[in-house]
Design a protein around this ligand. Structure first.
Ligand code: AMP
Ligand code: MG
Length: 343
């Protein structure tokens, strides 16, 4: 693919231009509060097909449709249950995606043939302006090449998608840094399919009977049919080989020091969430709480690659409800290579 990709800023003229490209079926990457999204016109099957091609995304992994007003949901879906209404009221706009039965408006390619559609109303102002300017619902997966860590800064998108899309908005860094929380509210009891920017506890405060999908922390065999098709793919993985070392921080530090000695012939990096120091080639700080760790996670993983690190040891301790989203991304980046340390 060798398209001319224009880089747009966030002034009104640029946003109008982005809206026009989307309306006419072109592809535009734009910032949201979670990660950068790669948008296409959700009502045009051709535009949606281009998204899959640009990302190299398997066509059985459905897309999230982005809107800029709650009233845009009704035409896209068949029915909004009482629980769905409560969730929409509480978490939209925000880092939250709801799954509902789809209406005829949505092309098969958006949902990979499923009878449900995922809908999100982002809180980020640039995202809202772009969607409004397009005048259409915008199908948008994360704006990375399939298999790479999701982009949380414009430069990540430029690295991955230059020459493959029509425009990239050079906007702000993402404030949350992990993808939205996905809740399937198409049945009586809502099910959390993907942990993300809104914690399971926050969801349960609004609809207490919400269940947690059991696949969330397990690795999935490729031939399984998970509720959330995207969960089966190896996501978020850097080139470097990642191992998560989890537990009490003193034990974590001891273990990582041991591992660094065992791998002294390799270029090692450590991702910390403490003030631990290590004798390694690259030490990156993830910040000390799970929110900070999440915000910097994908950009830290990309940074290890940029610096040529071969092996990464990532400290992890689940310190609050938000830890589930971080853990899910970290485990995937590590291909579920996790060492649990005792106290
Ligand atoms: P991404 O936008 O790259 O974060 O990926 C979107 C995620 O939403 C994927 O993991 C999809 O599997 C999931 N998704 C989208 N639509 C549906 C749906 N109708 N049912 C279940 N999961 C969905
Ligand atoms: Mg993605």
């Amino acid at each position: 693919m060798d398209k001319k990709t224009i880089i747009l800023k966030t002034d009104d003229n640029s946003i109008q231009k982005a809206g026009e490209i989307l309306r006419n079926g072109g592809l535009v990457a734009f910032p949201t509060e979670t990660v950068y999204g790669l948008g296409g016109n959700a009502l045009m099957a051709d535009s949606v097909k281009k998204i899959y091609e640009a990302k190299g995304r398997p066509s059985d992994n459905p897309l999230i449709v982005h809107i800029a007003d709650k009233s845009d949901i009704a035409p896209l879906v068949k029915d909004i249950s009482k629980n769905a209404k409560k969730l929409i009221e509480a978490f939209m706009p925000g880092a939250f995606t709801i799954i509902l039965k789809r209406s005829e408006l949505i092309p098969d390619s958006v949902t990979a043939g499923m009878e449900t559609v995922a809908v999100r109303f982002p809180e980020n102002e640039t995202a809202q302006r772009v969607i409004k300017a397009s005048g259409v619902p915008v199908a948008a997966p994360s704006a990375n090449l399939s298999g790479k860590p999701s982009p949380t800064r414009a430069i990540h998108v430029i690295d991955d998608l230059s020459g493959r899309v029509d425009a990239i908005i050079d906007g702000e860094d993402c404030t949350i840094g992990v993808e939205s929380t996905i809740v399937d509210a198409s049945k009586d009891v809502p099910v959390l399919l993907r942990p993300g920017g809104i914690s399971y506890e926050e969801i349960c405060d609004v609809v207490p009977e919400t269940r947690l999908d059991e696949h969330i922390l397990n690795s999935l065999a490729l031939d399984e049919k998970p509720l959330c098709p995207g969960m089966k793919y190896k996501h978020y993985s850097p080139e470097a080989d990642v191992t998560v070392v989890e537990g009490d921080m003193r034990a974590v530090r001891r273990k990582i020091r041991e591992l660094l000695e065992e791998n002294s012939d390799k270029i090692c990096g450590v991702l910390t969430m403490s003030d631990n120091t290590y004798d390694c080639a690259v030490l990156l700080s993830g910040g000390t709480d799970n929110r900070e760790y999440a915000k910097k996670l994908f950009s830290n993983l990309r940074e290890f690659d940029r610096l040529g690190v071969e092996i990464v040891f990532a400290e992890f301790e689940s310190r609050d409800g938000y830890g589930l989203a971080v853990k899910n991304r970290l485990y995937k980046a590590a291909g579920h290579k996790v060492i649990k340390t005792g106290p």
